[in-house]
Design a protein around this ligand. Structure first.
Ligand code: AMP
Length: 182
């Protein structure tokens, strides 16, 4: 299984900007636009993901709105695979299935097109997002994929906010790979 060395992780982490108190006081926002803006760092990340996942025999890459779309779609293109978006409610135009999940205060929901994986029987799906925090969004996404006739074979994140324990929650449902733990 291909993983990054500590040196490589250090380099990649140095290309991500941290913004204190965004979007609200107390949150350290991990800003991946600086990584995207650096062609060497962006391609270094995509080369790594391509090398890791080319042997997985995947049928689809799924990305979570919205930053999961950037890395997920880029990886799908590299691997010559189809890309499936998981979106916030009322964004997808065709028939959807949805999954609710808890937030710190209240409930949120995500949706996928009902026929997203229907071109392949028992499709093997990789889930991609930029970051896992509490794991609520990713857990709901894995559940959504598995509610269709597809299987989520791994959930992949660029950053895991370790203290929030989201990885524990999600790894009960699917193998999990996070490149950077902060
Ligand atoms: P969660 O459901 O708590 O795991 O939240 C994950 C989602 O929220 C991901 O799509 C992230 O892009 C976003 N997110 C949560 N916390 C942060 C953070 N500190 N910096 C950047 N994005 C975050």
């Amino acid at each position: 299984m291909i993983e990054m060395t500590n040196e490589e992780k250090k380099y990649l982490l140095s290309t991500i900007r941290s913004i204190n108190d965004f979007p609200k006081p107390g949150i350290v926002f991990r800003d991946i636009t600086t990584l995207l803006n650096n062609k060497d760092a962006f391609n270094f990340l995509m080369d790594h993901l391509e090398k890791r996942y080319k042997s997985y025999n995947l049928d689809f890459i799924t990305g979570i709105e919205s930053r999961g779309f950037i890395f997920g779609a880029a990886l799908a293109s590299r691997l010559r695979l189809p890309f499936v978006p998981i979106r916030k409610p009322k964004k997808l135009p065709y028939i959807t299935i949805s999954q609710k999940y808890s937030l710190e205060y209240g409930v949120d929901e995500i949706e996928i097109h009902i026929d997203a994986f229907s071109s392949v029987k028992d499709a093997k799906v990789l889930l991609v997002d930029d970051l896992i925090a509490t794991g609520g969004t990713a857990k709901a996404s894995v559940e959504l994929i598995n509610q269709t006739n597809a299987t989520c074979v791994e959930a992949c994140f660029l950053i895991d906010l370790k203290d929030l324990n989201g990885a524990n929650l999600v790894s009960k449902l699917t193998p999990l790979y996070s490149i950077l733990e902060v």
